[in-house]
Design a binder for this molecule. Structure first.
Ligand code: B12
Ligand code: SF4
Ligand code: SF4
Length: 331
């Protein structure tokens, strides 16, 4: 990773950044692939991908009309992943513990704002808009345009040196910066099909490199808030009950970056209950604890973490499907 104008490499590293890229192109290259995906209803049940905001994804200027350039950052959660793998824990997706156990949206917004403040020293007229997950922007395509990686068969953006355990966060800017625009990366998957073979629910469409959302464990465990049947094949998973990293864990491009990671999981004192709940308690006991809480009390307990998204009903759905999966396996 290089320095970014007046922001040093060391500063960027201290913000958990693995690499950054720059693009002046507001038009995504893969919008037709996205539209085809939605036309086949492969986003269902994620309705926000197919509603009135669908067309906004055709051009970043539909979201931020002042757009002149974008700085795209890759925020690591490699340490959390390493800790989870070393401890043979697969129940929760690594990103959820990767930002001190807090919801990455608020943590990364602060980090992006701090970079923006530093850049303002060099560009006093600079204005910005943060793109971080929730906006109708094809963020992987933006990272691709900024030269940060290629679209793996698992649909993740994969960085040649850093793999794919990162969150993409961008500063959309009202000025061009004095930076070179990079070349987009080429495909490095080759003949590999490890992610496709390993996905227990067969959610990856190898031909288009997209995910069939209704079959993905991540959708089922994070995005469905009511009781619902688990996708076919869920019983073959490793016990995932919040998100899923299987198609990244098997990717050869994640081996070297994880081998380089030193350090371990850091959770603030007030959040150590996350580890206790999710790893130390038998699932049956965790179900009982959650059942005994009011919706409000449960929300309050998880508030500020990534885990409050599914709500009490969603969590009970997740945990009970793991219980029925084990009883199926036992019989
Ligand atoms: C909806 C969504 C989901 C849905 C649908 C997943 C999906 N693949 O779309 C669900 C809930 C399943 C999900 C799961 C996860 N997600 Co999600 N998700 C999103 C969200 C909000 C929108 C994605 C979207 O627009 N999908 C539309 C489909 C059509 O896009 P796509 O699958 O990427 O398909 C593209 C490729 O096929 C590409 N393509 C294929 N071949 C080629 C070739 C060329 C040359 C080109 C140019 C393009 C191309 O074109 C398509 C359109 O861009 C983004 C944030 C954002 N605003 O972008 C985060 C995002 C994609 N998610 C992210 C993460 C971390 C995850 C999980 C790892 C979380 C977890 N552990 O559970 C999993 C990974 C599952 C997977 N294999 O994708 C990160 C990905 C970071 C990365 N390294 O790529 C994002 C970018 C959030 C962020 N800001 O960091 N997610
Ligand atoms: S996140 Fe899990 S369920 Fe979804 S595509 Fe990857 S391996 Fe399959
Ligand atoms: S597991 Fe293999 S096919 Fe899948 S994304 Fe990684 S390199 Fe590509």
């Amino acid at each position: 990773m290089n320095d970014l104008l007046n922001v040093s490499q060391d500063k960027l590293k201290s913000l958990g950044i693995l690499d950054w890229g720059y693009s002046e192109e507001s038009l995504p290259q893969s919008v037709s692939r996205y539209e085809e995906w939605v036309n086949q209803d492969l986003q269902a049940p994620l309705s926000y991908l197919a509603d009135h905001r669908k067309d906004l994804r055709r051009d970043i200027k539909n979201v931020y009309p002042e757009f002149q350039s974008a700085l795209v950052f890759l925020f690591s959660y490699q340490e959390a992943k390493k800790w989870l793998l070393d401890n043979n824990r697969h129940e929760i997706a690594a990103y959820s513990l990767g930002f001190e156990g807090q919801d990455y949206h608020s943590v990364l917004k602060e980090r992006l704002n701090s970079i923006y403040s530093l850049l303002k020293d060099s560009y006093p007229e600079l204005e910005h808009f943060i793109a971080l997950d929730a906006q109708p922007i094809l963020e992987r395509d933006l990272a691709f345009r900024a030269g940060l990686g290629w679209f793996g068969k698992n649909s993740m953006i994969i960085h040649q040196k850093e793999g794919s355990y990162f969150i993409i966060g961008s500063l959309l800017l009202n000025q061009k910066l004095n930076l070179e625009t990079p070349q987009a990366d080429i495909d490095h998957c080759g003949q590999c099909s490890a992610c496709i073979d390993a996905c227990p629910t067969k959610a990856i469409d190898a031909e288009t490199r997209t995910v069939i959302a209704s079959q993905c464990i991540s959708t089922y465990t994070i995005e469905i808030f009511k009781d619902a049947e688990a996708p076919k094949g869920f019983e073959k998973s490793r016990g995932e009950f919040f998100g899923c990293d299987i198609c990244q864990d098997v990717c050869p491009w994640n081996r070297k970056p994880l081998a380089r990671v030193i350090g371990t999981l850091k959770l603030p004192e007030r959040l150590t209950f996350l580890k206790d709940w999710f790893f130390d308690l038998p699932i049956r006991d965790l179900v009982k604890i959650i059942e005994g809480q009011t919706n409000r009390g449960f929300k309050k307990k998880l508030s500020g973490t990534a885990f409050d998204r599914p709500g009490k009903e969603g969590w009970l759905k997740n945990l009970k499907s793991i219980l029925s999966k084990s009883s199926r396996n036992d019989s």
